[in-house]
Design a binder for this molecule. Structure first.
Ligand SMILES: NC(=O)c1ccc[n+]([C@@H]2O[C@H](COP(=O)([O-])OP(=O)(O)OC[C@H]3O[C@@H](n4cnc5c(N)ncnc54)[C@H](OP(=O)(O)O)[C@@H]3O)[C@@H](O)[C@H]2O)c1
Length: 305
């Protein structure tokens, strides 16, 4: 496994993280097996949100922690807040209340990282600053980041904060590449050149912030995974070719493709299968060549100008 620094006051984080959005429908024993498999394979990072399974994901995970108090010391836990009854809410009260709820469900006294889940256009900088300061000073949250934000939204938020934002969690997979497409197609007049993320990929690299990629196998928004999907025959062939070359599985190669970006990247996998999680962990061992990276990108149906 490879590790990168997220913040100085928390342990280095594994480049593969376990996304816990889908664990709510599983039994506690299954969640425990997933957690232990992650730790045994060098994965120390677990991504939550207060809203996953309406709190059930955090609650189940917390039960696992409660039964073995030593597990907590081996992991870095991140959660998110800012979505409130289907709307966005960065008010001081909501942020603090949401974190208190997460801590209670997770059976822990602190979050290593807290992300604001989706941009709130009505955000007031003072409210976020006060909430973050209170959470940091009380020891409840050790570092802060964002999710689904473009560079200007990050800059705006950052300008009112005393601490450096560490990460931006964004959707990125071989079948969902708007973050990358806009960089290849500047001024082409093609649809792929439409600026959807405002140079956020480059901005994160410049700032040394971590790009956390969510839904690393999905196309569309939770429409399905790219493996064996009939829309992506060439991509699946290319994945198989490289899987054979590196003696791994196609999903491992799809994660390695994300990790090949020349910046701090963390792949947040959503698998709930211990076996597939081990395959995800192997992605950190595969270093694709630039040519292989481009061939995969093109085989997903992307053209370069
Ligand atoms: N910040 C945000 O707005 C945001 C939004 C969405 C998600 N997230 C985070 O990102 C994480 C990952 O998202 P995601 O769950 O959509 O990602 P994903 O890893 O692309 O998709 C996971 C789904 O794909 C299935 N899957 C994985 N590998 C497979 C394989 N080799 N063959 C067949 N099926 C396979 C999984 O089933 P099995 O469980 O059976 O393996 C699961 O249903 C979430 O858990 C959450 O932490 C963040």
């Amino acid at each position: 496994m490879k590790y990168i620094m997220m913040a100085e006051n928390i342990p280095a984080v594994s480049v593969i993280g376990v996304g816990c959005m889908r664990i709510a429908s599983h039994k506690k024993e299954e969640v425990e097996e997933l957690v232990r498999t992650a730790l045994d394979n060098g994965i120390n990072f677990f991504d939550h949100a207060d809203i996953y399974g309406r709190g059930e994901s955090e609650r189940l995970f917390g039960e696992v922690l409660r039964d073995d108090l030593q597990l907590r010391d081996r992991m870095v836990i991140q959660s998110k807040c800012g979505i409130n009854a289907g709307m966005y809410d960065f008010s001081r009260e909501h942020i603090i209340e949401a974190v208190n709820g997460s801590l209670e469900r997770l059976h822990t006294d602190h979050l290593d990282s807290l992300l604001l889940h989706r941009p709130d256009v009505l955000m007031e900088s003072d409210q976020v600053r006060e909430a973050f300061t209170q959470l940091y000073e009380s020891g409840k949250v050790r570092s802060f980041g964002v999710s689904n934000m473009n560079r200007f939204q990050i800059e705006l938020l950052q300008s009112g904060l005393p601490c450096q934002l560490t990460s931006d969690q964004l959707q990125l997979s071989l079948a969902h590449t708007p973050l990358i497409d806009e960089g290849f197609n500047v001024n082409t007049g093609w649809d792929n050149g439409i600026v959807r993320a405002s140079g956020t990929l480059e901005y994160l690299r410049l700032k040394g912030m971590i790009l956390q990629t969510w839904s690393p196998l999905q196309y569309g928004m939770f429409q399905g995974i790219l493996l064996d999907e009939e829309k992506y025959p060439e991509l699946n062939q290319q994945l198989q070719k490289l899987a054979d070359k590196y003696s791994v599985s196609r999903d491992t190669i799809a994660y390695s493709w994300l990790l090949r970006l020349p910046q701090k990247v963390q792949v947040i996998t959503g698998t709930t299968s211990p076996e597939r999680l081990i395959r995800a962990a192997r992605a950190a061992e595969v270093e694709l060549s630039a040519r292989e990276w481009y061939e995969l990108y093109k085989s997903a149906g992307n053209r370069l100008p």
